[in-house]
Design a protein around this ligand. Structure first.
Ligand code: FES
Length: 54
């Protein structure tokens, strides 16, 4: 498992990258597809960073 991004929903970096590969373009897309960011929101900046890196 790669780096854990969202502790609440147990979503790691590879899962977020896979969602981006599947067409996710915004934090909302990531939230819908992986659940990451849908609980406390603390990981949202980390999700944004991965989205910018693609
Ligand atoms: S750490 Fe991602 S929603 Fe809480």
């Amino acid at each position: 498992m790669s780096k854990m991004i969202c502790g609440c929903m147990q979503v790691d970096e590879d899962t977020i990258k896979a969602a981006i590969a599947d067409g996710a373009e915004t934090v909302e897309d990531i939230e819908e597809m992986t659940g990451a960011g849908s609980c406390c929101g603390r990981c949202v900046p980390a999700i944004e960073k991965i989205l910018l890196k693609k």
